[in-house]
Design a protein around this ligand. Structure first.
Ligand code: DC
Length: 227
């Protein structure tokens, strides 16, 4: 049986994970956060003290980082060489290392294979940068989710503030611009809108408006959307 897939791509901070998670919950699908897999690999490279520019070293050590995922109460857990690293991969440093090391083909090939396997086994909402273009080119629904740099920085700022962490809005904006540039201009699977993806700018939309829109599209493609 062919499973139903919803591919959500977009830049950092566009709200992909919040929206993908909510849509998956409503549909009874599995939510697959592919960024978490790149982050787990990045954590491995950071722990090994590997320079993100050292392509050969990264390619050679890729095979030593075993990344898998499992679900605990419906929440994705990322396992790196047997260790649940889900709580350790949300730091900015890990995100930046993930952006820098996800440019390398051996890293991508390894994780794309895992992502394809997951989508072959279950109905999924999968988010990332290359889901609609590379990982699941036949996904029934493809969304390109974005928001302005200013709005994405504002959301990140509020998130950090809520956690009681100090944050500098201008520094966050600069970080977002750099990450966008790297993710959109890399040679392997850059972030681009798939031709058949729906472009959704969430700058002026609430989370529930975006989720409802995605559910309506999924329903129009044959997904069973419980009310
Ligand atoms: O979505 P995120 O911030 O957790 O992703 C971290 C980095 O991983 C992102 O900057 C680029 C990379 N990534 C990727 O190259 N392809 C994906 N499908 C998901 C993430």
């Amino acid at each position: 049986m062919q499973h139903f897939s919803i591919a959500i791509d977009g830049p950092a901070g566009a709200g992909k994970s919040t929206i993908a998670k909510a849509a998956a919950e409503r549909l009874g699908f599995i939510y697959v956060d592919t960024g978490a897999m790149y982050r787990a690999m990045a954590l491995y490279f950071l722990r090994q003290g590997i320079d993100p520019a050292a392509e050969e070293e990264i390619s050679a050590s890729c095979g030593q980082a075993d990344v898998t995922i499992r679900y605990q109460d419906g929440v994705q857990q990322v396992i790196l060489n047997g260790e649940n690293v889900s709580a350790l991969i949300r730091e900015e440093a890990v995100g930046n290392m993930a952006s820098a090391t996800s440019v390398y083909l051996p890293v991508r090939e390894k994780l794309v294979q895992l992502q394809k396997q997951l989508a072959a086994q279950a109905d999924v909402v999968m988010d990332g940068r290359d889901i609609g273009t590379c990982v699941l080119p036949d996904a029934q629904v493809k969304i390109y989710l974005t928001a302005s740099v200013a709005e994405r920085a504002r959301r990140r700022f509020l998130e950090l503030e809520k956690k009681g962490q100090e944050a500098d809005l201008e520094a966050i904006k600069e970080d977002i611009r750099q990450r966008d540039y790297r993710d959109m201009h890399r040679e392997n699977s850059p972030l681009v809108q798939a031709e058949d993806a729906l472009y959704l700018d969430t700058s002026e939309m609430t989370i529930s408006q975006v989720v409802e829109e995605i559910l309506a599209i999924a329903a129009s493609k044959g997904a069973n959307v419980p009310s």
